[in-house]
Design a protein around this ligand. Structure first.
Ligand code: GLC
Length: 568
């Protein structure tokens, strides 16, 4: 604000001299003050009126599992998140209504007036809506990115993004930590399924499409408006290139070659107007990304020209040499703007405040980071008449969770995500055929949904009760069969054959759900042989088989492919 006032005064003074008829002293005409757009003026004004405490709090992102609305009122955190295993009021299986209710409570706490005219800045809630609004019971679940990449259909991905954004708004949240634009190069990595592809160009294309679907297009009327949310391209950079696919591990090699693969999706993501980018856990040639100034600032800001928000990953700052989860100015100095600090937010807040006060964090760097948080909120319209989460158009529209048009898009995405590796002529199934469906994954919605579904890891104790708007594979087959006079019998996890002659057996089996490092593996052998046994048992009975394999990645399936007459 100070800089702006001086510029305007100079402008007036020079003009005044000329009108007074005196010969203006020979000075270089001061450049007209840069057109300071209203948006930047508003950010500067807010910054000028914020206390140091509240500025620092804008950079601290606790998890809802470790804060209350009272903490939000007291500290005024800029952003909060629900991690994969956090749900409203400590209940990961909470109904959608509780998510919206809690969003209002946090919002109300964050906008409570502050003394001395200090602006009360609304809080921003981020969530991992990574294949639909997949934390929330009832939301439409879409295939994970590995399946979406296989569709090769960016228009479909845009529709998925838009549907997901609508369902996120239903529950009062404004920001998703998606899309992952990792380029998975070693399928032993537990997050391979979060990557659209091993091909950088395909990842770039799909990532940009998802960002446009989630946010709208830059310049469009609804960009970051109602029915849209802020997106996050993650994790910058190198997440899919770690040695042996070890999650959060080391990425080593020629920097230009690494960037050509793993940073390739970011220029188009930035072009698509992505609001935020999440720093990656991995290191690049020995330096952890969360503390890597040359890459987080030099490369991302300088060469790639990103001017949005850089958010840290789950205590990712704590992995920097010399840092802990609660003490790490190094990350801010390297270019991180917001610390994702799920539990130790209080000591981190206090240490950052002390480090600004003692000057080891320059005020300029603090203001730059806070300005980016404010700018994102401004773009989301949070400063235009501050609308409570529950008063937004889609809020509380429970009919839009699992909305029929969204599920139709999901069904199309599943169909287009299927990869047919073998077909000895048994597909398509002829009219009037008698088929049997078998296998552990045929009637297991939590398994077909995979990780990041209701809970962080998915699967486990979840049942179809937590997926009210989903269809199991056997029920999906039944629905289609009924339209073409195909008779379906269900054999559960056996190779049983019903009375009538059977023309074909569909055996559905696959990986159990996992997320992140839990899914890391040492080799590509699929060791659950139950599916293989069923294929062989049906074959021994002279019944042709179709293997349907659910997996987060390619695995070594020679035996199953050889045992089946068709393999999807
Ligand atoms: C996790 C993941 C990241 C996710 C974040 C919040 O550790 O690495 O992708 O957005 O934490 O759940």
């Amino acid at each position: 604000m100070k800089r702006l006032a001086i510029a305007l005064a100079c402008g007036t003074m020079l003009a005044g001299c000329q009108t007074m008829g005196q010969t203006a002293p020979e000075v270089a005409a001061a450049p007209a003050p840069a057109r300071v757009d209203a948006g930047e003026q508003q950010i500067a004004d807010l910054l000028s009126r914020m206390s140091l405490e509240r500025k620092v709090a804008q950079l601290v992102m606790p998890d809802i599992g470790s804060i209350t609305p009272e903490d939000v009122e007291r500290y005024r955190f800029g952003t909060i998140l629900n991690g994969g295993n956090s749900g409203p009021y400590g209940d990961d299986l909470a109904p959608a209504e509780d998510w919206l209710k809690l969003a209002d409570e946090y919002w109300d706490a964050s906008v409570k007036p502050l003394p001395d005219g200090e602006p009360a800045i609304p809080v921003l809630w981020g969530t991992d809506a990574v294949h639909g609004h997949s934390n929330v019971i009832g939301a439409t679940i879409f295939p994970h990115n590995v399946g979406l990449g296989a569709t090769r259909d960016p228009d479909l991905i845009r529709l998925i993004g838009a549907a997901t954004a609508t369902e996120i708004e239903v529950t009062g949240i404004e920001w998703t930590f998606a899309p992952t634009v990792a380029v998975a190069r070693d399928d032993r990595w537990g997050r391979t399924y979060e990557s659209y592809s091993e091909d950088p160009g395909l990842v770039a294309q799909m990532g940009a499409a998802m960002i446009e679907g989630l946010q709208g297009s830059p310049g469009a009327e609804d960009f970051l408006g109602y029915g849209r949310v802020a997106a996050t391209a993650k994790h910058f950079f190198g997440d899919g290139g770690t040695e042996q696919g070890v999650d959060q591990g080391d990425v080593n090699g020629d920097l230009d070659e690494l960037m050509a693969i793993h940073a390739a999706p970011y220029p188009v993501a930035i072009e698509a107007g992505v609001s935020s980018i999440m720093a990656s856990f991995n290191s690049i040639n020995g330096t952890k990304m969360h503390g890597n100034g040359p890459l987080l600032t030099g490369e991302l800001r300088g060469n790639l020209g990103f001017d949005g928000l850089v958010v840290g990953d789950w205590n990712g700052h704590g992995q920097i040499e010399g840092c802990t989860n609660s003490d790490c100015r190094q990350a801010l100095l390297a270019g991180l703007d917001v610390y994702m600090v799920p539990e130790e937010w209080k000591p981190l807040y206090e240490n950052l405040l002390a480090q600004v006060r003692d000057g080891t964090i320059p005020m300029e760097r603090l203001d730059e980071a806070v300005g980016r948080v404010l700018r994102l909120k401004q773009q989301l319209g949070m400063f235009d008449g501050e609308v409570r989460p529950s008063e937004r158009p889609n809020a509380g529209r429970w009919d839009k969770l699992g909305f029929a048009p969204h599920r139709a898009v999901a069904r199309e995405a599943v169909a287009k995500s299927l990869v047919l590796l073998k077909n000895n002529g048994v597909l398509p199934i002829r009219e009037g055929a008698n088929i049997v469906v078998a296998g552990s994954a045929a009637n297991n919605i939590p398994q077909q949904a995979g990780g990041w579904s209701i809970t962080w890891q998915g699967g486990g104790d979840l049942t179809e009760a937590q997926f009210p708007n989903a269809t199991s594979i056997v029920d999906g087959i039944r629905e289609v069969a009924s339209q073409s006079k195909v008779n379906v019998a269900y054999a559960s996890d056996t190779a049983s054959v019903p009375r009538a002659p059977v023309d074909l057996a569909i055996v559905v089996f696959g990986e159990q759900p996992y997320a992140e490092f839990v899914g890391d593996r040492k080799d590509m052998v699929f060791r659950d042989e139950r599916g293989l046994e069923l294929l062989r048992e049906y074959k021994a009975k002279g019944i042709p088989t179709v293997a349907v394999f659910l997996s987060g990645r390619p695995l070594w399936m020679n035996r199953e492919i050889n045992a089946a007459d068709a393999f999807v």
